[in-house]
Design a protein around this ligand. Sequence first.
Ligand code: ADP
Ligand code: MG
Length: 311
Amino acid sequence: MEKRSSQTKVKVVVRLRPALSTNEKTCVSVVDNRVQILNHRNIEESLQYEFNTVFDEKTSQVEVFSTSVEPLLEKVLHGQNVSVFAYGPTGAGKTHTMLGVNSDPGIIPRVIQSLFKTIELKQKSANDLSNQAPQFKVTFSYMEIYNEKVRTVAATNLNKYSSRSHTILLLKIHRKEPSGKELRGKLYLIDLAGSEDNRRTGNKGIRLKESGAINKSLFVLGEVVDAINQNQPRIPYRNSKLTRLLQDSIGGGCHSVMITNIAPEEKFYYDTYCTLNFATKSKKIVNSITTHVVDNIKIEKPTATVRPIKR
Ligand code: ADP
Ligand code: MG
């Protein structure tokens, strides 16, 4: 059974990573919670962009997690779907944000740790009150879309194509209450392929084919966002594997957070500009939140035998 309960906009946050060397010129900064970038049409001017949250280059991994992701975990434990996806050009910090490194973990390891801790606490507090505790089952799948094909990947290959493929970790949380009521929530954690325009990067041969496919699914993603914003009757979700997978996240039934990663260096200027414009149009999308409840009506044994009425 599905219950529509509320509508919510896709949350769009931006994270600017620090400059990686002091030798390069930068062209982006965060001023008063806004992203500021030079205007290429008139370099005397700067362009300013506003989002739900703007994380400057000093923002820590824990701050990104606790501000943008942690508040949504309760929703997954209550049968709603949540989607967190990182968008932006290669090198802007998507994998750092989603996965991070052992010494500085990103969203995925923090989500897993926090979910299991919350489940443990819920069960403990029910036990402390001598109540029957809800049962939880967590399952996960990992997918990679590469050249428009979905295939699951071996762990050893995870990083091999990471900037050219979309990687999706899907956690399913199944909660069974002592009353028999079941709640099913899904959590998508997505590291999208680089959004850069590959026509400018001089890719050739097989790499060009790869780029074309990535561009195709990100291009379709752009068309999907436009179609939703223009209230078109048909949204072209089915035109790419990625948009089929994101159907619930964009214009669907998820609480969605799009983390837009940008880099400060001048060489990223055009990609940053395009990324900020895409993020701006994604802010308008409204999702209709659904709670996934399965009511298991218990069939009691009959206490009396019912005989057919003789006529
Ligand atoms: P993407 O996945 O978008 O291609 P990465 O996450 O691989 O980008 O980041 C590119 C480089 O920048 C990596 O060396 C990464 O460690 C570094 N980096 C990204 N974001 C940050 C950050 N917030 N703080 C420090 N280093 C960062
Ligand atoms: Mg990456």
